[in-house]
Design a protein around this ligand. Structure first.
Ligand code: HEM
Ligand code: HEM
Length: 162
């Protein structure tokens, strides 16, 4: 049987993670600076600045929460896709699965880049960050499209508690 709304844990994780990912991206350049210093051997001590510790801890938390969310996604009912052109449904489904892949993959690649340390893995992590930004923009545009242009208010409401 398909439900009409996401379950409470799924909603809670969605909005908690939206905030966590936004904070992670806004402050990511602190980690970028710490990593550059580490590569150039100009760091003091282990290379862990406060900004780098914050980035690693929040990033690891995002990865764990996303794994939890993937578990929920695979084991609980979610609402059926809204009625829209098949190309919109395909883009939306691809965006969602790419979010899972990137938000689980980025912490792993980021940690490897830091601990090895590896400039090329840092490059992969950087590109993933840019793809993530593009996906977030697309995702928000999609929500605006459904809500205001297609006038299908149910799409946003099923991710909201009331
Ligand atoms: C989903 C979680 C994560 C997101 C969204 C994320 C995002 C980013 C972004 C956007 C940058 C580029 C910063 C800049 O130079 O402007 C960055 C850099 C970096 N992050 Fe993460 N990060 C995450 C998790 C982690 C974790 C867990 C680590 C482990 C230590 C890590 C290690 C690094 C390192 C070493 C850099 C500098 C190298 C580079 O410029 O790519 N990241 N991160
Ligand atoms: C970093 C920010 C965000 C991330 C990573 C994210 C991630 C996701 C993911 C992975 C899903 C799919 C859930 C699933 O079925 O498995 C989803 C659904 C959804 N998100 Fe976001 N989201 C973000 C921000 C937002 C924002 C700002 C809005 C509102 C403007 C929003 C509105 C929605 C809605 C309405 C759905 C349900 C779509 C549907 O049922 O087809 N999200 N989000």
């Amino acid at each position: 049987m398909s439900s009409t709304k996401y379950t409470a844990p799924h909603m809670m994780l969605h909005w908690l993670m939206a905030v966590a990912v936004a904070i992670q991206i806004v402050f990511a350049d602190n980690m970028g600076a710490a990593f550059d210093a580490k590569l150039e051997n100009i760091e003091i001590g282990t290379g862990w600045t406060t900004g780098a510790i914050f980035h690693a801890l929040l990033g690891a938390t995002i990865g764990v929460l996303m794994l939890w969310r993937l578990g929920l996604r695979l084991t609980t009912d979610i609402p059926p896709p809204p009625e829209s052109a098949s190309v919109i449904q395909t883009v939306s489904r691809a965006t969602h699965w790419l979010f899972y892949a990137i938000l689980i993959g980025m912490p792993i690649v980021g940690a490897l880049a830091w601990f090895i340390p590896s400039d090329s893995l840092a490059g992969v992590h950087d590109i993933a960050g840019k793809v993530l930004l593009a996906l977030i923009a697309l995702h928000i545009l999609g929500a605006i499209y459904h809500h205001f242009i297609a006038d299908d208010k149910a799409v946003l409401r099923r991710m909201l508690p009331r």
